[in-house]
Design a protein. Structure first.
Length: 283
């Protein structure tokens, strides 16, 4: 089994929307992703897709995009992105998913060797340029990201709302991590839609949780175009971060890990995990 990731597919099959306006690299991107996916991913593999899956506003709009995933090889794990308006009721989403697709929310996805993938959507970090769910991708106006608030000096009410969502997303990430630990698994992989930290890897509520639970590799998306320059990459305080937005990985699922490999997530001793579990459970 091998673990891959690719984010921000922004699939267009259920909505009259094209990504071509975002640049020539996005032309026909869904079919190019599918071709690459079928070339590299085997049925026994797992692919993490952390958010911005579909342009669909309602679940029925997103159904063709979900069915598109159902035609791809491998098991697919989703978390919600800021553009996934179709993802409202988790129960209804899960009913609509093809058999090979799992929607992760407040729980985890098991991997061989007692490992687990945990995650949540995440949100704009305190002190950073704000975002909200009502904005379209900013690529066409040069901002290069999804969900950017465009007006200067946006209102305090919106910032307060951002802080509230940020706090809720921290709770959701910890619920996910705790669920894995309670099941006796090591949450060595995490997937967030939003970057969990800035380019310099400053401490945030998300990084604190990832470090406390000894996550080894965290993938995320959301940053496109020019915004990719602000992406955190590499190992920060023991956690490796990778931007896997599809334009950042060449529109091809990127290999993260495979069973038997002595890399991400496999080197931490089980007794260290037990210590972490005790600490985490009391927080
Ligand atoms: Fe996106
Ligand atoms: Fe996004």
């Amino acid at each position: 089994m091998r673990l891959f990731a690719i984010s921000d597919l922004h699939l267009p099959f259920g909505a009259d929307k094209t990504m071509d306006i975002f640049g020539p690299e996005w032309q026909n991107h869904a079919h190019r992703v599918a071709a690459a996916w079928k070339r590299v991913v085997r049925p026994e593999d797992v692919v993490l897709v952390p958010g911005d899956l579909s342009w669909g506003m309602r679940l029925t709009d997103a159904q063709p995009d979900l069915d598109f995933l159902g035609g791809l090889p491998g098991s697919i794990v989703l978390v919600r992105g800021n553009h996934d308006y179709w993802w409202q009721s988790l129960a209804r989403v899960r009913q609509a998913l093809p058999p090979n697709v799992f929607a992760l929310q407040n729980d985890f996805y098991p991997l061989p060797g007692g490992l687990a993938v945990c995650g949540t959507r995440g949100w704009t970090l305190p002190g950073e340029e704000e975002a909200d769910e009502s904005r379209d991708c900013g690529v066409e106006n040069g901002a290069g990201g999804c969900g950017d608030r465009t007006g200067a000096g946006e209102d305090q009410a919106a910032q307060a709302q951002d802080r509230k969502i940020y706090a809720r997303e921290l709770v959701r990430l910890e619920l996910s991590l705790q669920a894995a630990v309670k099941a006796g698994r090591r949450p060595h992989f995490a997937m967030l839609h939003y970057p969990p930290t800035g380019a310099r890897g400053q401490e945030t509520g998300f990084t604190q949780l990832l470090e406390r639970y000894r996550v080894k590799l965290c993938v995320y998306g959301h940053l496109h175009g020019k915004r990719r320059a602000g992406a955190v990459r590499g190992v920060v305080r023991g956690v490796e971060y990778r931007l896997v937005a599809c334009d950042a990985v060449g529109f091809e699922p990127v290999l993260l890990w495979e069973t038997g490999a002595a890399d991400a997530g496999t080197s931490a001793p089980a007794d260290a995990r037990s210590d972490t579990t005790a600490d985490a459970a009391s927080s």
